[in-house]
Ligand binder design. Structure first.
Ligand code: DX5
Ligand code: ZN
Length: 221
């Protein structure tokens, strides 16, 4: 059974892995109890960093079955979307702040057979997502300004998470609420209390001395 918004989902972010040993790092995440693998795609325009592209998604897809949570931090998600679908993404999240017809992109993600996510930067209010809530399977509330791993968690995002959970209830919707940036056992507890269920964690999982213990701590937080 795929997880619902009532289930805790832990998604280690590959950005914090050792890129010289990607296959082993993905295996380590799976064996440590990861539910999803989070893949950060950065184009050097939408954010000031360049990570990796569809070839990496495909390489990971071909080596195992873990659910691939692909976070597009790119200026033109509509343009690159078909390549990430073909690469084997399971969930594709696009930013509301990027330059595209958001509703059209979200519909295209779903009609390609993927789950659709919409991301909000910390400074973007929940109102920006209101026209799209029926079109999404996941709302990503960024808890850092996107671009780099290892940044401190921004607690000021918590009220937005609470409001997103309240709205979901009022509208009878079922989207996951995901948080991304500075997530560890402590900050995950605050996010879960506010209504988030999907926890992206890069540094606190891949760089932990015991990845399985780190994932367990986030799950139980
Ligand atoms: C930030 C990325 C995150 C990043 C999280 O722009 O979207 O997914 O990998 O890294 P940590 O968990 O180290 O903050
Ligand atoms: Zn991310």
């Amino acid at each position: 059974m795929p997880p619902t918004f009532r289930d805790r989902v832990i998604a280690p972010s590959l950005l914090a892995a050792d890129f010289s040993r990607v296959r082993e790092e993905v295996t380590r995440a799976i064996q440590s109890g990861a539910d999803w693998l989070h893949l950060d795609i950065m184009d050097g325009h939408f954010v000031d960093n360049i990570s990796f592209g569809p070839a990496m998604v495909q390489a990971v897809h071909e080596t195992n079955d873990i659910f691939l949570d692909v976070h597009l931090m790119v200026s033109r998600p509509d343009h690159y979307l078909p390549r990430f679908v073909a690469a084997g993404s399971d969930l594709i999240t696009v930013h509301v702040e990027a330059e595209h017809d958001v509703a059209d992109t979200l519909r295209k993600i779903r009609s390609a057979g993927c789950k659709a996510g919409l991301a909000l930067n910390p400074a973007t209010p929940l109102e920006a997502a209101l026209p799209y809530l029926e079109l999404i399977d996941l709302l990503l509330c960024m808890t850092v300004v996107p671009g780099f791993g290892g940044q401190p968690f921004m607690a000021e995002v918590l009220p937005k998470i609470e409001a997103a959970a309240k709205l979901r209830e009022e509208r009878g919707l079922e989207y996951h609420i995901e948080v991304d940036g500075g997530i560890d056992a402590l900050t995950a507890a605050h996010c879960a209390k506010s209504g988030a269920n999907a926890m992206v964690a890069g540094s606190s999982t891949f760089k932990a001395p015991d990845m399985a213990a780190a994932i367990r701590a986030i799950r139980e937080a």
